[in-house]
Design a protein around this ligand. Structure first.
Ligand SMILES: Cc1cc2nc3c(=O)[nH]c(=O)nc-3n(C[C@H](O)[C@H](O)[C@H](O)COP(=O)(O)OP(=O)(O)OC[C@H]3O[C@@H](n4cnc5c(N)ncnc54)[C@H](O)[C@@H]3O)c2cc1C
Length: 529
């Protein structure tokens, strides 16, 4: 039985969680809609409901729509009004598919939201934002679900899952693409590769385009074309008041500036428009070296990357050799030094450009060759399946002095799992041609964005794996910039927020105040208004 417990919004999250349809509905299509919820029996209009359901429908007709949050079971929030306003599924606790819908990539987070709204249209997003705001619910916004601190879910609140919205429309004449916010880089690259085009995205194909782009966007093409944000032309956004706006260089410029590095702080992005570049076949892949040559590899790489042609976009790393056919069987399981190389220039130049990698030390295994860019983007997906436990930290560095290289060798040599690593992504080249205050991404003069990453499956190893990451990160701290890349930061890194946004923090606060003054969007690397 439903009860009216008052009109108007509560600000903070409610304690209890019901999430079950208890009231009547004024939308006949909503009754028994698919498998998303248990069958709803209509209450007797004169006995069960207060006020009766038909009066609520009438009120909805008169006011132009049922007010979100008007109907709330005692002690919790009913998701029924939300269901009546959306085309996408609303999965609450007893619904089939709820457990799958609430899961994010990082298996460390096992949270139970009141409901997951699988948005199918911008209208669903508007309804979800209004519902969360008016009911004082915590709100998570999710695209690929890759957030290391599990921002894509929460306890007792609403999750807006954008993944059903993933169409990518390419304009080959203008070399642009407009993508729905739920697309992954796999979706995006598939669409653009058909035209021999690409833009800077991440190194794993299952990562969402939106979460990655809003933090900055580091990948193989960054030295050639800049970060993902440097290729963003415009974004459509639903803001905290439920309004739909477009942000670009000509419209809502302050929002456009904040979106390019400020994360999910300002609203729900529903689509993004990117500039594309001619990238089809690339020459790329992993080259493994003995661990004792890690020092030489890092020294060579640091010298090489200062002046390397910008079409080069690989990175050095530490890696336990997986059982891949091109790696000698007797080396499977050995900890090795790794260079992942990527050349997006003319293929016939690849061998010459990569000469330092052939010369630096004896090669244990060479997995390089020509391949389509989307294939490279998916090459390492298998190491990071959904549900794997993960803990990471990130840091920026301008230089790699001998002491820093020694710290890398010491901690990288102890890499504990095949899916644990440290990558040093170069972000000079085109990334340096954008000024440190031109976008919200703060660390324009850094040479590398480093990630210290452990992924594992056995919960008994949580403490050990986390400690390896922390020790490695601490060892490099003396050589690192004060803040890190917001997309690589953990849930215990909130104290670094100001440092992460650095000189751009105060302006980000101004943008936050303009678009989300009550901090509805707070489950992120949060800028408090
Ligand atoms: C295996 C793996 C590989 C990675 N590789 C790279 C890499 O190569 N380069 C790189 O730069 N980063 C990389 N990352 C980090 C990645 O950029 C961040 O984890 C990013 O937040 C993931 O985006 P997502 O959409 O998949 O995640 P989600 O968890 O869905 O989203 C993360 C956050 O982004 C915001 N967000 C997402 N969608 C929206 C939206 N529609 N509107 C508003 N806000 C939204 C929200 O605040 C959300 O909490 C990697 C992460 C993983 C797990």
């Amino acid at each position: 039985m439903s009860h009216v417990v008052g009109f108007g919004a509560k600000r903070r999250p409610v304690g209890g969680q019901l999430g079950r349809a208890t009231g009547g509905t004024c939308d006949p299509r909503a009754i028994g809609r698919g498998s998303q919820r248990a069958p709803v029996s209509l209450p007797h209009p004169l006995v069960d409901d207060d006020p009766p359901w038909y009066l609520r429908c009438l009120k909805g007709l008169v006011s132009g729509g049922l007010a979100m949050g008007d109907i709330r079971p005692v002690g919790g929030v009913s998701v029924e009004p939300l269901r009546e306003h959306v085309r996408g599924q609303v999965l609450a606790v007893d619904d089939k598919g709820y457990d799958e819908a609430r899961a994010v990539h990082n298996g460390m987070f096992d949270k139970r939201p009141l409901a997951v709204l699988r948005a199918e249209q911008v209208a669903d997003v508007i309804a979800g934002v209004n519902f969360a705001r008016d009911n004082g619910l915590d709100l998570s916004v999710r695209d690929g679900g890759h957030s290391a601190p599990g921002f894509g879910t929460n306890d007792g609140g609403l999750v807006i899952d954008m993944s059903p919205m993933r169409t990518v429309r390419v304009d080959p004449g203008n070399k642009t693409a407009r993508a729905d916010a739920g697309a992954t880089w796999g979706d995006f690259n598939h669409a653009t590769h058909a035209f021999g085009l690409a833009t800077t995205g991440g190194i794993i194909s299952t990562t969402g385009i939106t979460g990655l782009t809003l933090g900055g966007g580091i990948g193989y093409l960054a030295r050639a074309f800049g970060l993902s944000v440097d290729n963003l032309i415009s974004a459509d956004v639903v803001t905290a008041d439920g309004k739909f706006v477009t942000a670009s260089a000509d419209e809502n410029e302050d929002l456009f500036w904040g979106l390019r590095g400020g994360g999910g702080n300002f609203g729900v992005v529903t689509s993004l428009e990117y500039r594309l570049h001619e990238v089809g076949q690339v020459f790329a892949g992993p080259i493994f070296y003995n661990l004792e040559d890690a020092d030489s590899l890092l020294r060579m790489f640091d010298e090489f990357i200062r002046n390397a042609p910008e079409q080069f976009g690989g990175f050095p790393a530490f890696q336990i050799a997986p059982p891949l056919p091109f790696i000698p069987e007797n080396r499977h399981g050995d900890t090795l030094a790794l260079a992942v190389v990527h050349w997006a220039g003319p293929l016939e130049q690849a061998q010459k450009v990569l000469q330092p990698f052939w010369d630096v030390a004896p090669i244990v295994a060479n997995g390089t060759g020509p391949l389509p860019y989307p294939a490279l983007n998916a090459a390492f997906d298998v190491l990071y399946p959904k549900g794997i436990r993960a803990y990471w930290k990130g840091a920026f560095v301008k230089e790699l002095p001998g002491e820093a290289i020694a710290a890398h060798v010491e901690h990288g040599s102890r890499v504990p799992e095949v899916s644990a690593t440290c990558h040093l992504y170069p972000i000079n080249g085109a990334c340096h041609r954008v000024g440190p205050t031109d976008t919200a991404f703060a660390y324009r003069e850094a040479t590398y964005g480093m990630v210290f990453l452990a992924s594992w499956t056995d919960p008994a190893k949580d403490a050990e794996r986390i400690q390896w990451v922390r020790d490695y990160y601490q060892a490099l701290a003396p050589y690192s910039e004060p803040g890190g890349y917001i997309n690589f930061m953990q849930d215990d890194d909130y104290g670094k927020i100001r440092d992460n946004y650095r000189q751009n923090y105060d302006r980000l606060v101004q943008v936050k105040r303009a678009y989300d003054p009550s901090n509805l969007f707070h489950i992120n690397q949060n800028i408090t208004p």
